[in-house]
Ligand binder design. Sequence first.
Ligand code: SAH
Ligand code: SF4
Length: 397
Amino acid sequence: MATPKTPAPVTPDALTVPRKEAPEAKTNLIGLTRPALREALIAVGVPEKQAKMRVGQVWQWLYHWGVRDFDAMTNLSKAFRATLAENFVIALPEVVTRQVSEDGTRKYLVRIAGGHEVEVVYIPEEGRGTLCVSSQVGCTLTCSFCHTGTQKLVRNLTAAEIVGQVMLARDDLDEWPEPGTGTGDAGPRLLSNIVLMGMGEPLYNFENVRDAMKIVMDGEGIALGRRRITLSTSGVVPEIARTAQEIGCLLAVSFHATTDAVRDVLVPINKRWNIEALLEALREYPKATNSERITFEYVMLNGVNDTDEDAHRLVKLLDGIPAKVNLIPFNEWPGSAYTRSSNNRIRAFATILMQAGYASPIRTPRGEDIMAACGQLKSATERARKSRAQIAAEAGL
Ligand code: SAH
Ligand code: SF4
């Protein structure tokens, strides 16, 4: 009797990764750190003695000139270009949709391997521009006021997918210098700052975020200084010291409450590392990075965390920490349980902080008409899924 064949196990990847990529998957050069790029080049035959020079050349093409085609790398021999093309690709995530807000904010929906999607937001300002970058698809944390936290699907982005967001925004802004035009460093940058405040908790994807930021900071490429990058965390305490040592960028922390009881509800990671533990880690940060102030983000939720007492308690908690407080008017999303504090309430809260000596700007929501404001990000397919469920519920199905 014939034995029935055991079906091959089906992994999630087998379902989601397009089959044609599997057999001869070439290494993507984007997202490799300098040491990793060196290894990759040596593995395809670059002699060790030449490796440093080759890394420098390829690096410049990728990250200074923004070139995507090996044939355009004109200072490399034809043979070497052919070797590169045989073994590597230069691949960015794919922009699926691009929306432009009335206020000039741009939101990109970006598709990454496996068909997942993340959102990236570009915010133009006078003389500068900030890119809000995502670090994960969705987020495993479930802050009760955040739209991203309601997304079921979660995966870490690779370093390539994180750097790729910066590169595709520069593509869209047409900000790469033209090869052969001197250093190409003229004028103020359109994309001058990065905030890791998109989807996801960057400190739950530490290595990839670190490698991506190292690439972005590298002086021979995109060259954004470490003080132009702000990483926002909900408070992953053990990774804060590591951020100081291994990235050295500016730090923002989603504080949002002045008692553990309230913070436990708003930012549930507080149950693991409470306010006291968080503040202890934050005290060390400016010393370790020789940097300025930490930004305390504080979302203003009507009747939840916005009283004068909260403001006074916040002042006490901040004692001894070089800090500024960023007050964020709550951005509503479909189904959210909170409302935004009134402008008067926010101003009164800010006044108490200012009188205590803390800069406390009120963040102007940007791109609200395209759902690009803080905490509104969630992939379009996830939204569609939710609205289909809502439609079914409304129809009594
Ligand atoms: N996971 C990281 C970074 C992404 S969130 C973090 O939590 O810090 C970026 C900022 O937007 C955080 O301060 C977050 O608390 C805030 N935020 C989330 N949802 C919001 C909303 N609906 N309105 C206003 N701010 C929100
Ligand atoms: Fe995640 Fe940050 Fe949203 Fe919390 S606020 S759910 S940590 S993305």
